[in-house]
Design a binder for this molecule. Structure first.
Ligand SMILES: Cc1cc2nc3c(=O)[nH]c(=O)nc-3n(C[C@H](O)[C@H](O)[C@H](O)COP(=O)(O)OP(=O)(O)OC[C@H]3O[C@@H](n4cnc5c(N)ncnc54)[C@H](O)[C@@H]3O)c2cc1C
Length: 496
């Protein structure tokens, strides 16, 4: 993914079969699918790949136990099927994880035990193992720091965990392997049209400056929470199609949940599901579900979201975390397909929607990471029909994704409390399209999410390495460090 080469390709005047706007889970999935079928594909991403919602998820590949409670068995079954496929196609990015629901009430164990038997049945042959009823002692063995007062037992079930930003880069590389042309830091500003029909886009290269005109037989709007902005450019009369709901996470040191199992709280005070999950030698606690007035490209966790998460973590953990224990706080925004105007976000659909506007713009939004492949299959089927392309079967159910070669620990470690090496920064710059310190510290590595303070301390060294790689000057280094450190400060636990 050499940027100069990619820009040359995009400027060569080729009319692509498909042009995808947005390089999150959805857009990257579409690019992989279409390129693997043999269509020509370009993708433009305004920021970095997965810089939006797709790097800010809870990082679970799951059927969604919460949807069981809502009775949405079809969605659960579909997601479980996709979970199995992803684990097969990207085994280096997905791992099985045991989840334990602690039971404090008299009927909790039986109630959740029965629900999870249904979850096992829906997974069928793709089940990762049967759910189990646990005694109080077994529950405490799985969850070493669980609050013991009133604990009666628990239920264990199996799901899977993945690294969202790494999967996004893997999809970008896989799409490139199949001939797609992908560019990050390139914002689509306007559409090109012939008559009423959209035939391409005008974009801006946010790294090198300059405009970019790219033509395609079909344009796909996969911009997540931002889809309505482009729909309004297509048709000023278009009605908003998504609501925005925010979810925050806290990252704690691993001592708050030692052991291999995750903790799942099926019902918090306000009826939400809450997880505490072992993640890369840390514990990820989340998430919330807070309606927001509109999309935000750098959403911040609200003070009350952080307080809610910490309060619930303290309720279920014996050794209570304090605000100063929190290593990082991050938030993401869900694009929820709109229901009734007054519907609460918790009850809006998590499923996706696909629509076609009057200029022919195909918009896809909603869904979840777990179902990105299926969404892409539906989008490319429809895109091919709309563009009059010869139909080609979708190969992605069994398509292996690019395997990454592990970095040999030999180069300097970036920071004593972070598991990354300088060689990973160089690889990110040379092979993974990272352009900025933030791309490296937030998504190629996960430093910012693992420890915002330590990530901030790494910024000068990372900027210096990138400057060497890209031939940048000291002013560029200083600006990159300033900008990243200002961002990292917003990942600290907010003062109430
Ligand atoms: C808190 C939270 C937790 C979640 N947890 C899970 C989970 O555990 N498991 C799971 O399966 N799912 C989870 N999800 C859902 C999942 O993360 C999302 O469904 C998915 O990431 C959405 O991807 P997307 O590509 O549609 O959107 P995005 O990732 O937001 O991508 C859209 C992209 O479009 C780009 N863009 C916008 N405008 C333009 C433009 N004009 N030109 C070019 N590019 C543009 C943006 O920069 C952005 O990168 C979670 C979501 C949230 C919010």
């Amino acid at each position: 993914m050499n940027r100069a080469y990619t820009l040359d390709n995009l400027r060569a005047g080729e009319v692509f079969d498909l042009l995808v706007i947005g390089g999150g889970a959805t857009g990257l999935g579409v690019a992989v699918d279409a390129a693997a079928r043999g269509y020509t594909v370009a993708l433009l991403e305004r920021g970095d790949f997965a810089g939006g919602t797709s790097s800010r998820s809870t990082k679970l590949v799951h059927g969604g136990v919460r949807y069981l409670r809502q009775g949405d068995l079809k969605l659960v079954r579909t997601a479980l099927l996709e979970r199995g496929r992803l684990a097969r196609n990207a085994p280096h990015l997905v791992r099985d994880l045991d989840f334990v629901i602690p039971a404090y009430g008299f009927t909790d164990r039986t109630f959740y035990g029965l629900g999870l038997k249904l979850y096992d049945t829906l997974a069928g042959p793709l089940s990762l193992g049967p759910s189990l009823m646990l005694s109080r002692a077994e529950t405490m063995e799985h969850l070493l720091n669980i609050e013991p007062a009133g604990l009666r037992g628990g239920v264990l079930y199996h799901d899977a965990q993945f690294d969202d930003a790494r999967l996004a880069v893997t999809l970008a590389l896989t799409a490139t392997d199949h001939g797609a042309v992908l560019l990050n830091h390139a914002e689509v500003l306007e559409f090109a049209r012939e008559g009423d029909r959209i035939t391409g886009v005008l974009a801006r290269d946010r790294i090198g400056g300059g405009g970019l005109m790219v033509h395609a037989r079909q344009v796909v709007n996969a911009t997540g929470i931002f889809v309505d902005g482009l729909r309004a450019i297509e048709d000023p009369a278009a009605r908003p199609s998504v609501s925005v709901s925010q979810g925050a996470h806290l990252v704690l040191p691993r001592r708050f949940l030692p052991g291999a199992s995750a903790l799942m709280v099926p019902k918090t005070d306000d009826g939400r599901v809450l997880f505490a999950i072992p993640w890369r030698d840390r514990v990820l606690v989340g998430t919330t579900d807070t309606a927001r007035p509109g999309p935000d490209s750098e959403p911040r966790a609200l003070v009350e979201e952080c307080a809610f998460l910490l309060e619930h973590a303290r309720r279920y953990l014996a050794d209570d975390p304090a605000p100063e224990d929190v290593l990082s706080v991050f938030a993401g925004q869900r694009p929820l397909v709109r229901g009734e105007p007054k519907a609460e976000t918790k009850s809006l659909s998590r499923d996706h929607s696909i629509s076609v506007g009057p200029g022919g713009l195909l918009t896809v939004t909603g869904g979840k990471w777990t179902t990105y492949r299926l969404m892409a299959e539906e989008v490319v089927d429809l895109a091919a029909r709309l563009a009059g392309l010869p139909p080609k079967p979708c190969p992605t159910a069994d398509l292996p994704l690019r395997a990454s070669i592990p970095i040999r620990p030999g180069s300097e470690i970036l920071h004593p409390s972070l598991p990354y090496f300088e060689a990973e920064v160089r690889r990110a710059a040379r092979e993974e399209a990272a352009q900025t310190v933030e791309d490296v510290l937030s998504r190629r590595t996960r430093c910012l999410l693992l420890d915002a303070h330590a990530a901030s301390a790494c910024a000068p060294r990372v900027a210096a390495i990138l400057a060497e790689e890209f031939g940048r000057n000291e002013a560029w280094v200083a600006a990159q460090v300033r900008s990243f450190q200002a961002l990292a400060a917003t990942y600290a636990f907010p003062e109430g």
